[in-house]
Design a protein around this ligand. Structure first.
Ligand code: BES
Ligand code: MN
Ligand code: ZN
Length: 514
């Protein structure tokens, strides 16, 4: 089986023109009247080559575009990739991330193995160098990722590694770049970990094998601990929701609990619980889904995998918080042992739920896991789930739905969305929606009326939160890229990994512990 592309990241303090590399990467804004000082220097050495592609109109600096010019022995680099950054006034930190992703994506496509990146130089003093470097590192991982571990034919070949130097001629700046790069590499690796796992199909990842992966993760990561509850333990605790959903499958359900606690005592640290839906395959169960696109439902585990990856990143960043990644996992299948429409299920909280649709299974496993989180005495609970098609109808594939019972928490997540580039949009989940989820013959039903499905689903989850601060991310529309773009290949996106890691970093003032 092929391994995912290994990325090596380092900083280098050197004159750009002299740098020996297969590809030097520069940035260029579309509204720049002239080349900036960095690009001008390279352009002059190349006899005006960069200016020429711009003058000819082959490259306008629009984001998602790039141009290649060749070094011809006039500079250290064999080629120069100029990446479009769009309009300067529109630029965000995500502009740098996407540009770096595009460069890494191109490099892998061209089988280039060493690149020297100087995209940050185009931003001048607009952003802090550490933040820029972090975003570029994340982008490098994002763009170079390929999911091909089961492709055995090797016609085209591909590089196994990519060595990336972030280059600057200012030594003091290099130090700050270095710090950001280290953080970005941790987050980038966590992101690639999540993408690889999420892309694996349902015959490979089932609840027990996902639990084994979580155990392995905890074994290999300092500060993490993993506990797995099997079907017998779930029954003993009365986790009727997870058991009901898992009852139709040959592979039994699990509750995976990964805990991160930083080393040493540091007084009372905030405790955050992240709860992620991990349906390893969602056929719909007895309320079976149509055949078209059903294969995409292997991605119904991405929320759970994202929170495992966040735990990995938090531990490697040594964040001063206590963190739970709680992952209820089941396979939703139709069979003679499945749960059925009409069933009444008693959940872990004691609340009863009338099943109207076995395809509304996410909320059934989440309500047990959320109640488990409530019992752990945490300050904040955030759940992440590919929960509803209705959310995709509402927001499309560009933003996740965000629902919360706490204004400040909602704002904090929106802030993290801005820097992480994983966008969210707030939707309501108040009493009107909760009303829709009441049953005549049980406390709740698992499916509301026809309208506002993302909101009623969130309102259902809200019934299990008690007085905790809570936010819900519906990632059904953003869990994958349907087609490759200029910066990323298709498949699982690992949405939530950057967003939630950034949220946790902000919560702790960006501090990491030595
Ligand atoms: N996993 C699906 C939601 C989903 C749909 C994710 C499309 C990604 C893309 C979820 O379990 C589901 O089936 N939801 C139902 C709920 C309904 C039966 C109340 C839906 O959205 O149709
Ligand atoms: Mn479903
Ligand atoms: Zn589902």
């Amino acid at each position: 089986m092929k391994r995912i592309i290994e990325v090596e990241l380092k900083t280098m303090s050197a004159a750009l023109a002299e740098c020996k590399t297969q590809m030097l990467v520069l940035g260029h804004f579309s509204d720049a009247k002239q080349l900036d000082a960095t690009n001008r220097e390279i352009n002059e050495r190349l006899g005006g080559a960069i200016e020429r592609v711009i003058k000819l109109g082959d490259f306008k600096g629009k984001d998602g575009t790039s141009a290649v010019v060749y070094g011809n022995g006039q500079i250290g680099a064999e080629r120069v990739l100029v990446v479009g950054l769009g309009e300067h006034k529109q630029a965000t930190i995500d502009t740098a991330r996407k540009a770096a992703a595009l460069a890494a994506n191109k490099a892998v496509g061209m089988k280039v193995q060493t690149i020297a990146v100087a995209i940050h130089r185009a931003f001048g003093a607009k952003f802090e160098p550490g933040l820029l470097a972090q975003a570029m590192a994340e982008g490098i991982y994002y763009g170079s990722f390929r999911y091909d571990e089961y492709v055995t034919s090797d016609e085209d070949g591909r590089t196994d590694s990519l060595v990336v130097e972030v280059i600057d001629d200012n030594a003091a700046k290099t130090k700050r770049l270095e710090e950001g790069l280290l953080k970005g590499a941790i987050i980038g690796k966590a992101q690639s970990y999540a993408r690889a796992l999420a892309n694996r199909p349902g015959n490979v990842i089932n609840p027990p094998s996902l639990a084994a992966e979580a155990k392995k993760l905890a074994r290999n990561t300092k500060g993490l601990n993993c506990k797995v509850l099997d079907e017998k333990q779930l029954a003993k605790l009365g986790m009727g929701g997870i058991l009901a959903v898992g009852s139709g499958s040959k592979t039994p359900p699990r509750l995976i609990v990964v805990k991160y606690a930083p080393r040493g005592k540091a007084g009372r640290l905030p405790t955050v619980a992240l709860v992620g839906k991990a349906i390893t395959f969602d056929s719909g169960g007895i309320s079976i889904k149509p055949a078209q696109n059903m294969e995409q439902m292997k991605l119904d585990k991405t929320g759970g995998i994202a929170v495992l990856a966040v735990a990995k990143a938090a531990a490697e960043l040594k964040l001063p918080i206590n963190l739970y990644a709680i992952v209820p996992s089941a396979e939703n299948m139709p069979s003679g042992t499945s749960y059925r429409p009409g069933d009444i299920v008693t959940t872990y909280s004691g609340k009863t739920v009338e099943i109207q649709n076995t395809d509304a299974e996410g909320r059934m496993i989440l309500c047990d896991a959320i109640h488990y989180a409530v019992k752990q005495n945490c300050d904040v609970i955030i759940d992440v789930a590919t929960l509803t098609g209705a959310c995709v109808v509402a927001l499309g594939t560009f933003m996740a739905g965000l629902m919360s019972n706490d204004e400040q928490l909602g704002k904090d997540i929106e802030k993290a969305a801005q820097t992480s580039g994983e966008k969210v949009w707030q939707l309501p989940c108040g009493d009107e929606y909760a009303e829709e989820m009441k049953s005549k013959i049980a406390d709740l039903k698992n499916s509301g009326g026809r309208w506002g499905g993302a909101c009623t689903a969130a309102a259902f989850l809200r019934q299990f939160i008690g007085d905790k601060k809570w936010a819900h991310l519906d990632i059904a529309g953003v869990d994958c890229f349907e087609k490759p773009t200029a910066s990323v290949s298709e498949g699982a996106s690992a949405f939530g990994v950057r967003l939630l890691t950034t949220y946790l970093m902000n919560l702790t003032g960006g501090k990491t512990r030595k």
